[in-house]
Design a protein around this ligand. Structure first.
Ligand SMILES: C[S@@+](CC[C@H](N)C(=O)[O-])C[C@H]1O[C@@H](n2cnc3c(N)ncnc32)[C@H](O)[C@@H]1O
Length: 425
């Protein structure tokens, strides 16, 4: 197929727009908002206030920046920063900077420790400094800040090489893939920018399972990417006691099943918060994940582990709750309905609950923490993040469940879509 070529005029139509700040009229108001938000807040305790202040500060930068500056930052500074961080994580730059209690080190000392040509390392150190990821203490001398100390931990920073090697190749091919499909959204787990970019017929999860380095980084990233956000069972998100534990008598074994629960991080947290549920918790995932899960820790927390393919019949029947966290956003509607369908067959009508822990895209003002994932789900899996209407259409319309309530905290935090099989079914 052919794609229409945009006109390519010799001269830009409006040169002055490039060098004028984007929106000076917004600056006084934003400065006022920032001053009042900044007053009297304990930002270490008040997450909402901290995020509101960041949003205002970002808006201020966007208003003050010229389009030319914004463009250079996007295409040059941020891409160079992302790939420099990935290189630094893998080469051990941030680990090296953190040694000796973070004492400052010269560029030649760092180059020697890492085995780098100084002329390859210096530009990276300078740019990481310019982007405020490390600190320059003297000419040619550097030290870590809190962000680079975070990067010195290979578990916490695994997302950088993971995105570079697994997620960016499909992103590089998004425009080509869409053009070959007349700009239709991908809707297949095995025909999408991921399979095109990696020249593979495997889905993302098959690909991860056959590449242990990527798989380990994926598991690390699953763990670190939600740190600092409230857990799904925080009373401000989903009141577990009121919805699951009150009025249903003591729970025996096999009552709370985390389907596709990865290494069991959610269940370990849940078991700490609700010790009375120890012994009734089940972790299910593919063999590679269950094999990599911390068996001793899970056993001590009263979690039973089970290899289970969620496209196969659910072996635990009549549990109080089946929990799917960041599962359905990985799958197009057709496969999502199959996964839910297998759970539905095991659910006891009017008693069992399906708890879908996912983002719920608002109709206005989506957070970047959700909007970027929506694009990655599309290119990696032919899937998407969903709005409340999408969730109801999938879970009620396609799967025949009843959505009891959508618990949606918004602001980039996942919510719980709580469903049951209606008694009449
Ligand atoms: C995005 S991760 C989410 C993991 C976990 N629920 C969390 O929120 O941290 C998706 C999980 O689905 C699992 N998975 C993929 N295909 C599966 C299948 N066919 N059966 C069971 N689990 C599967 C993966 O192994 C992975 O652990």
């Amino acid at each position: 197929m052919t794609t229409s070529k945009p006109a390519d005029p010799a001269e830009p139509a409006n040169l002055s727009i490039a060098s004028a700040p984007c929106d000076l009229s917004a600056v006084p108001g934003l400065l006022g908002d920032i001053a009042s938000l900044g007053n009297n807040h304990d930002f270490s305790a008040d997450r909402e206030a901290r995020l509101s202040l960041i949003e205002k500060a970002r808006s201020l930068v966007s208003a003050l920046e010229t389009p030319r500056e914004a463009m250079s930052r996007h295409i040059g500074a941020e891409t160079a920063s992302f790939f420099s961080i990935g290189l630094g994580v893998e080469a051990g730059l941030f680990r090296e900077l953190a040694t000796n209690n973070g004492a400052a080190k010269t560029a030649p000392e760092l180059a020697k420790a890492l085995g780098f040509d100084i002329n390859a390392l210096r530009p990276i150190l300078r740019h990481l400094t310019a982007m405020k990821h490390i600190v320059q203490t003297n000419p040619d001398e550097y030290a870590p800040n809190n962000f680079s100390l975070f990067l010195s931990d290979p578990v916490l920073s695994a997302g950088y090489p993971l995105y570079r090697d697994v997620c960016i190749p499909p992103m590089l091919h998004l425009h080509k893939w869409l053009a070959t499909k007349s700009y239709a959204a991908p809707s297949s787990i095995i025909d999408n920018p991921f399979t095109f970019g990696h020249q593979t017929s495997s889905s993302l999860f098959e690909f991860l399972a056959s590449h242990p380095v990527h798989n380990t980084r994926f598991n690390h990233h699953m763990r670190s990417r939600r740190l600092g956000r409230p857990s799904w069972f925080h009373p401000s998100i989903y009141p577990v006691t009121e919805r699951l534990l009150t009025g249903c008598g003591p729970l025996s074994s096999n009552q709370f099943v985390d389907v596709g629960g990865n290494l069991g991080k959610d269940l370990l947290e849940f078991s700490r918060a609700f010790p009375q549920l120890r012994g009734s918790l089940v972790l299910q995932d593919q063999a590679a994940m269950i094999g990599a899960a911390p068996g001793g820790e899970l056993e001590a927390a009263g979690v039973e582990t089970m290899v289970h393919d969620f496209f196969a019949p659910q072996p635990v029947e009549g549990a109080r709750a089946y929990y799917l966290h960041s599962i359905l956003h990985d799958w197009p509607d057709e496969q999502s309905a199959e996964i839910v369908g297998q759970i539905k067959k095991a659910m006891k009508p009017g008693y069992s609950r399906l708890l879908v822990n996912e983002h719920v895209i608002p109709s206005l003002g989506v957070s970047w923490e959700v909007s970027y994932l929506d694009i990655y789900m599309m290119i990696l899996c032919g899937a998407r993040e969903r709005t409340e209407e999408d969730w109801v259409a999938l879970l009620e319309g396609k799967c025949g469940l009843r959505v009891l309530k959508v618990w949606n905290p918004g602001n980039g935090v996942e919510g719980i879509i709580e469903c049951e099989v209606p008694l009449a079914n």
